[in-house]
Design a protein around this ligand. Structure first.
Ligand code: FES
Length: 106
């Protein structure tokens, strides 16, 4: 199992358990994490899954594709170098312990 910690702007946290092969957005929605809606179902068409990857994890989550970067430009919340669309991060065992911050509450 993979454990992911979501941290809200007010500092409250949700620890979520996940199996490999699902997207970060799906796990956030399953656990009712505020600030991640996933309106388009993960087809990279809504930007309602904007999140900030903890900088220590960036090497493992990778960087946005050009298409993802375009959608991020439309996202609510502060755009940072560590901004990603959660639907584009597929969970693997080496992401166990991942820390995600939400740019804004839901
Ligand atoms: S869920 Fe729509 S862009 Fe990620």
């Amino acid at each position: 199992m993979i454990t992911i910690t979501f941290i809200q702007p007010d500092g409250s946290m949700t620890a979520a358990q996940a199996k490999p092969g699902r997207s970060l957005m799906q796990i956030a929605v399953d656990h009712g994490v505020a600030g991640i809606v996933g309106e388009c179902g993960g087809s990279m068409a809504c930007a309602t899954c904007h999140c900030h990857v903890d900088p220590a994890w960036l090497a493992r989550t990778g960087t946005p594709t050009p298409g993802e970067a375009e959608m991020l430009d439309l996202a609510d919340g502060e755009l940072r170098p560590e901004s990603r669309l959660a639907c584009q991060i597929m969970l693997t065992l080496d992401l166990d312990g991942l820390i995600i911050r939400l740019p804004h509450g839901g």
